[in-house]
Design a protein around this ligand. Structure first.
Ligand SMILES: NC(=O)c1ccc[n+]([C@@H]2O[C@H](COP(=O)([O-])OP(=O)(O)OC[C@H]3O[C@@H](n4cnc5c(N)ncnc54)[C@H](O)[C@@H]3O)[C@@H](O)[C@H]2O)c1
Length: 483
């Protein structure tokens, strides 16, 4: 059955569900009335309090093994085209389709394929061609790297068409869509994997294994962040499709990109697998930069007039989360202040402490300062998890944010080929992403606390942590580097 796109988007509850325009399926801007804002905030609250009964537990779910994983990519701009290249270096995959509304992007992505035997058909006719790609019956996995507003609609549709999904971050921008991802993944028994690459960075994996082995004792507090000065690029036409990221930052005030900082610490705290996030509060500073810049540019370029006096997000957002075990998380978001890149990645336990940024990563066991290089090297050797020992060096050679991107892709494909549970399942996708809209609600309500939905419906109590020791799997090869 051919589903009309607008009908599908309506069915998926995607129209007007976010606080501002960031959630509209196109990346376009529009005027928003005070009533609409109030309605959207109320919707966030209602959806956060929603009662739901799990129909099937996707945590730990083993889908049938796939000898060869047949993949269709949607959205091959900066990120998606690099993914095409990385995936083409992995054994046991077949890239059968590439979709992008910009034909030149799809063609360029196809040229980045690094191994023979992939007959990728391009889907570029219009902004609905991705649906045709999803309807093919010879695709196992749809890999989505479009702009944020389209992540959930594309993922939902792909799962409805019987495809596993891997989608870029955040998985969704509304609470409602987070629930829909969970419901759909459970009903279709299709994996919905969030592509949180930072969970595969080396220091993050090291500290995860240290936490699992008890090095930190009880985890008291963790911190994470996305502090990345992309100020200039937000206003560059060529940088991203239709200024989508500027539009998100112009209309939504909160922790817009929570998962880089949050994913790794949630894994470390066993969130959704023995622990859960209970409630949170969020505060934003004023916007000190974006409106000023929009006004300045509007003086010479009419295009930017639409952004003048928009309700831009504050420069710095700080969100605090309490978990069921009593530990806390502090999460920050700042994409314009001129300061060094940081995801913080701080772990504070009853026995030890670690902090990644400012680089290099550091470890301490008391108040006298950090370990020496020799002591650090010893700990690193002892606690490096098997996944890093197996694929870490190759991943570094292939690259992608220093290797973590490749390690993530390789693990995704290896799990699908071996019929293993996903490291980052639909509950992680929903829980890590929902912090975005919940922070919008809290910011708009003088930082009042809001409950974080339990997308696992209580199964967090028995779900088991994902495998970083490659107890099973690890059988997928990597193709020659010299291509
Ligand atoms: N994990 C990371 O480290 C990381 C890094 C960068 C970007 N990202 C994420 O990747 C995603 C893409 O970011 P980007 O920088 O590549 O943006 P981009 O604008 O370069 O790419 C988005 C692509 O989606 C395409 N697209 C838009 N609408 C479409 C439609 N209807 N059908 C088909 N294609 C469509 C655009 O033409 C564009 O090529 C975002 O979600 C971003 O957050 C993640």
């Amino acid at each position: 059955m051919k589903t009309n796109r607008r009908g599908f988007l309506k069915m998926a509850g995607l129209a007007g569900a976010g606080v501002m325009t960031g959630c509209s399926p196109s990346s376009g801007s529009r005027e928003i009335s005070a009533e609409t804002v109030t309605y959207a905030l109320d919707t966030i609250r209602q959806q956060a309090e929603r009662k739901y009964s799990q129909t099937f537990n996707m945590s730990g779910y083993c889908a049938p093994k796939l000898d060869v994983v047949r993949i269709g990519f949607i959205g091959v701009g900066n990120r998606g085209s690099a993914a095409v290249e990385r995936i083409s270096r992995i054994d046991g995959v077949s890239i059968v389709a590439i979709g992008d509304v910009q034909p030149d992007k799809a063609e360029a992505a196809k040229k980045r394929i690094k191994s023979p035997g992939h007959e990728a058909t391009l889907y570029t006719a219009d902004d609905e061609a991705w649906m045709e790609l999803c309807r093919r019956d010879d695709i196992d996995l749809v890999y989505i790297a479009s702009h944020w507003a389209m992540h959930a609609p594309m993922a939902l549709y792909a799962m409805e068409q019987g495809k596993h999904v891997a989608l870029e971050i955040p998985a969704a921008t509304t609470v409602e869509d987070c629930w829909k991802l969970v419901e759909t993944s459970e009903r279709t028994k299709k994996h919905c994997v969030i592509l949180e690459n930072c969970c595969y960075d080396f220091f993050e994996l090291l500290t995860l294994n240290m936490a699992r082995q008890g090095f930190f004792g009880d985890i008291v507090h963790c911190e994470g962040a996305y502090i990345h000065d992309i100020m200039e690029s937000l206003f560059e036409k060529e940088k991203r499709y239709d200024y989508w990221r500027l539009k998100e930052n112009a209309k939504r005030n909160g922790s817009l990109y929570p998962t880089h900082g949050l994913g790794p610490v949630c894994q470390l705290m066993n969130v959704n697998r023995g622990n859960k996030m209970e409630y949170m509060t969020s505060m934003s500073s004023a916007d000190f930069m974006l409106n000023k810049k929009a006004k300045e540019l509007a003086g010479s370029n009419d295009y930017f007039t639409q952004f003048v006096d928009n309700p831009f997000r504050g420069n710095m957002n700080t969100t605090c989360i309490k978990t069921q075990t009593g530990s806390t998380i502090m999460l920050q978001h700042d994409v314009t202040s001129p300061r060094p890149y940081s995801r913080i990645h701080l772990v504070s336990g009853t026995k030890a402490f670690a902090q990644k940024y400012p680089l290099p990563g550091k470890i301490a066991t008391g108040h006298d300062g950090f370990m020496s290089e020799e002591e650090y090297a010893k700990v690193e050797k002892q606690y490096t998890p098997a996944i890093v020992a197996k694929i870490g060096d190759l991943a570094k050679q292939i690259g992608g944010h220093g290797g973590m991107d490749f390690m993530m892709d390789w693990r995704l494909i290896d799990c699908l080929r071996n019929g293993l549970p996903m490291d980052m399942d639909v509950y992680d996708a929903a829980a890590w992403s929902v912090i975005g809209p919940l922070s919008e609600w809290s910011v708009a309500n003088r930082s009042a606390a809001i409950d974080i939905p339990d997308f696992t419906c209580g199964s967090w109590k028995t779900n088991i942590p994902h495998d970083i020791e490659l107890q099973t799997g690890g059988t997928t090869g990597v193709l020659n580097q010299d291509n």
